[in-house]
Design a protein around this ligand. Sequence first.
Ligand code: TRP
Length: 376
Amino acid sequence: MYMSNIILTGDRPTGRLHLGHLVGSLFQRVQLQDSESYDEMYIEIADAQATTDNSGNIKKVKDNVIEVALDYLSCGINPEKCTIFLQSEVPELSDLTFYYMNLVTLSRLQRNPTIKQEIVFRNFKNSIPVGFMTYPISQAADITAFDANIIPVGDDQLPMIEQTREIVRTFNRLYGETLVEPNAVLPENTFCHRLPGTDGEAKMSKSLGNCIYLADSEEEVKKKVMGMFTDPNHLKVDDPGVTEGNPVFIYLSAFSKEEHFHKYFKNSETGEVEYNNLDELKAHYERGGLGDMKVKKFLNYVLQDILAPIRARRHELEKNIPEVYQILFRGSDKARKKAQETLERVKTAIGLNYRNDIELINEQVEKYALLHKEEN
Ligand code: TRP
C-alpha cells in the first residue's frame, strides 16, 4: 500500500523567530519543502496552544501571528508548496483533543519532561491551567488531523511526538486502524538541536534577552555579536582559548561554510587564505594568538550574509500585510477541510456517527417494536 508522506510542524506565536529557530527548524523546513519528496506539507501557527499560558495576554499572541508568518515567508517558506495555517481557525482540532483526552492519564501528562520543565520555568506551582497541562494531547490532534507522519522538530518536542504515538496506538487498538503514527525528524547538524544564547545561556529565549532575531537590523546583529559571551579565561590574545561550549564557535559551527572562510580570510594582496575552515580557526584559538574580536567580526560577516536576503524579503512582505493575512486564511481553509475529513473518520471509528448509522437506528426501532408488541 502506498503510504503518503505528510510533513507537519508548528510554532507558538509568542515572539519573533530568531537564529535558534533558523538552525533548529526553518532551514530544514525550507530544504524539505524544496526537496518535493513529500505529498503534503503543513506549518501550523499554534495560536490556541499559545493561549494555554497566555490567557491574560491574548493580544501578545495575536500580534505575533503576523511576525511569525512574515518570518516564515521571508525565510523561503512558499505558500504554494506548504500550507501555513492558524490553529484557532481549525475548530475540529478541539473535537479531536476531546476524544483523545480519554486515552491519556493525568499521571502520564505529569511525567512529560518538557511539561515538567515548563511548569518550573513559568512558576505555575500549584496553579497549572488544565489547558496547559493537556496541550500535549491537543498537539496530538494537530499532528493526527493531517495524517502527518514526518514531524521536523527540536529535541524539546520529542516527548510530544512520543505522546502522540501512544495516543495513536491506543486509539487504533480500541477503535481499529484509523490514525497514522508520526515520526520526529531532528536537524542533522547536532550543533543545531539547541543554539545557546548570545550570553552563553543554554538556550536563546526572549525572556532572557539573549536572542538574535531574523528581523534585527544589520546594526543590531553586529552589536549583539560583538557583545557575545566567549571563553571568560581568554583574557589576552596570546592566551590559549577554549572553543568547546564557546557560543561564538558554536554559532560558527552552525552557520559558517567553507566559502565564508575563502571570502573573509583571504588576503587581498597575496590571495592567500588565512584559515581554510573552522578547524584551522579553532586550532589557532586553542593554541593562543587569535583574539575574540577577530573571530566575532568573522561571525558577524557570516550572519549578515545569511540574514541580508531574509531581511530584504521581509521588507517587501511588510509592504503588503493584508496579503500575508490572506495567505493564512487560504491556508486555514485548506487545513480545515482536511481536519474535517479526519474528524469524520475518527467519529465513525469511535461509533459517534449517528447520521450515517442506519444500523443503530434500526436497532432502536426493533427494540421499541418488540416492547410495544409485548404491551399489546
Ligand atoms: N509545541 C510546539 C512549540 O512549542 C508548537 C506546536 C504545536 C507543534 N503543534 C505542533 C510542533 C505540532 C510540531 C507539531 O514550538
